[in-house]
Design a protein around this ligand. Structure first.
Ligand code: ZN
Length: 317
């Protein structure tokens, strides 16, 4: 199996952003770029390469302009970055980022901790970013993703009201976003809840707006939650190579769904990701070289690929 453009689902690697934002050690710029290049070569169609947060708050992203510039040289790769506000969006637009993701916490407590604004004030920020997009000439316009976070619960606030999730999703759709992402920031979601909330959001925003899934594997339900969202029609999923991930402003948040395990699950099901699993596993070594103190996780890497490949076939060992 080789990397291919024929895909039924899109896996977006978010490790260089979600994975690095709460790692204390600064990962060298060359190591970040080598990691991004290795995953793009394995067939990842989209990579969130970092964040345009104030580097005084998170020094890890002080080199974001350089990382974006290198990632943009990779043929066919959609280069995405997180922006916390309009100011970050202006910096990202100046760097020519293809897609900007603005986090909007449904939990008011997490929203204050993360961006020091209410969820509604962050929707206003979203409108301003959409205005920035629409003011750019053809060919220089970026896509805008609203990343709804703490959709399924919040360690600071507790339960999150599903009606508030729907209200904010509709507000983002009306603001003119290109897509919407539903994030289980702290790993509280379960598959039944994912099915219910995802279905309600898709029904509310309509079929024309793509909805993506961002699941953390904090309590081991990451892949089950992905599958639940897939069965409700979601076709884009975030993941982190080696299971990196977390949120510096959400106590207890830990790693994302593991990119390799996610790609393997879809591959076994006959659902095309366009990813070459051998090359993806090899990319772990590239990542590990840039990390001194961080342990990589993942079932596929621990067990290895089955001797017999392909959907529905059982390996005999
Ligand atoms: Zn996350």
């Amino acid at each position: 199996m080789t990397a291919s453009n024929a895909r039924d689902v899109e896996i977006c690697e978010v490790g260089p952003r979600d994975g690095l934002q709460n790692i204390g050690e600064f990962v060298a710029t060359d190591a970040k770029i080598a990691w991004i290049e290795a995953e793009a070569a394995a067939g990842l169609p989209e990579i969130e390469v970092g964040s345009f947060v104030n580097p005084r708050l998170i020094p890890q992203f002080a080199d974001i302009a350089e990382v974006v510039s290198a990632a943009k040289r990779i043929d066919g790769l959609t280069v995405t970055a997180l922006v916390p506000n309009l100011k970050g969006a202006e910096r990202a637009a100046a760097c020519g980022v293809h897609k900007l993701s603005l986090p909007i916490s449904v939990s008011a407590a997490h929203s204050q901790a993360n961006v020091r604004k209410s969820p509604q004030a962050q929707v206003d920020e979203l409108r301003a970013i959409v205005g920035l997009r629409d003011g750019l000439p053809d060919g220089r316009r970026f896509a805008v993703t609203a990343g709804l976070s703490t959709v399924f619960g919040c360690t600071l606030q507790g339960a999150v009201d599903e009606a508030e999730v729907i209200r904010l999703a509709v507000a983002c759709a009306e603001a003119g976003v290109d897509d919407l992402s539903l994030a289980d920031t702290v790993g509280w979601a379960d598959p039944a809840q994912v099915r219910r909330v995802t279905r309600a959001v898709i029904d509310a925003v309509g079929p024309g707006l793509p909805v993506a899934g961002h699941f953390h594997n904090t309590r081991g339900l990451g892949l089950a939650n992905v599958l639940a969202a897939y069965e409700e029609g979601v076709r884009t999923f975030d993941a982190c190579l080696g299971g990196l991930g977390g949120c510096p402003y959400a106590p207890g948040a830990s790693g994302n769904v593991v990119t390799e395990d996610l790609a393997f699950m879809f591959d076994r099901m006959g659902i095309r990701t366009g990813i070459d699993l051998d090359r993806l596993l090899a990319a772990r070594a590239v990542l590990a070289r840039g990390l001194t103190h961080t342990h990589l996780t993942g079932h596929l890497a621990a067990a290895g690929l089955p001797k017999v490949r392909g959907p529905g076939k059982v390996a005999t060992v």
